[in-house]
Design a protein around this ligand. Structure first.
Ligand SMILES: *[C@@H]1O[C@H](CO)[C@@H](O)[C@H](O)[C@H]1NC(C)=O
Ligand SMILES: *[C@@H]1O[C@H](CO)[C@@H](O)[C@H](O)[C@H]1NC(C)=O
Length: 205
């Protein structure tokens, strides 16, 4: 009698120790399968959508009414930007778009562009006029701009910042901050601008 009870206990113990690893085994297999499935879905989504980065370039830059008096700048920068959405499946919504002209670490002029939406595989031309109205300049900036005027042209940097949302089918993303840095953009002081060299921007998101 004693020995049978001990045997039963031993059997139960053995069953327990055998059952626990088996449960862990199933949990592990399920977790790995779920991970693999999720990975596969992401891969399929990626292959179907093939998202690629938006592209940006400065196609024209025109400077007029340049005047520095008492280290204050008045000028108008007429810019033409090209925005390219190369994606076949991704639509982009530009919600807040700011374009600025920088020189030597100082911002010379800034303007906003009205929100817009860019369909798939679309190239959009953005014309932006940026006005500096008696913009106070650092004296070093005023000095080098005056030197540039004698030389005939100045190398400025055009920066764009936008809040962008993406849409793929019914999926919509949150806002991302898109930043584009375009440099050097050569603007000429004499009116009839010769062939402008298109400048491709570095785009970060
Ligand atoms: C340049 O700006 C100053 C002050 O804003 C103004 O008095 C002057 O007439 C301007 N010069 C030209 C050539 O526009
Ligand atoms: C540049 O912008 C100003 C201000 O918007 C505008 O009056 C002028 O016609 C523009 N010039 C060119 C060449 O686009």
């Amino acid at each position: 009698m004693e020995s049978t009870k001990r045997d039963r206990d031993r059997d139960r113990d053995r069953q327990l120790t055998m059952r626990r690893p088996r449960i862990l085994h199933y949990v592990a297999i399920t977790a790995v399968s779920l991970l693999a499935l999720a990975g596969l879905l992401v891969l399929v989504f990626w292959l179907v959508v093939r998202p690629s980065l938006l592209r940006c370039s400065v196609d024209k830059a025109h400077l007029q009414g340049f005047n520095i008096t008492n280290n204050a700048l008045s000028a108008t920068f007429n810019l033409t930007l090209d925005l390219h959405n190369p994606n076949r499946k991704v639509v982009a919504h530009y919600d807040r778009v700011e374009v600025a002209v920088w020189y030597d670490g100082q911002m010379l002029a800034l303007n906003e562009v009205a929100p817009f939406y860019q369909p798939r595989r679309d190239v959009r031309m953005l014309k932006v006029d940026l006005l500096a109205r008696s913009m106070p300049l650092l004296s070093s900036v005023a000095t080098s701009l005056k030197q540039d005027r004698s030389a005939g042209e100045a190398a400025v940097e055009v920066r764009m910042r936008a809040m962008v949302r993406f849409k793929v089918g019914l999926l919509k993303t949150d806002h991302y901050t898109l930043r584009a840095y375009c440099s050097p953009v050569l603007v000429r002081f004499s009116s009839p601008a010769t062939q402008f060299q298109k400048v491709y921007c570095d785009v970060y998101i």
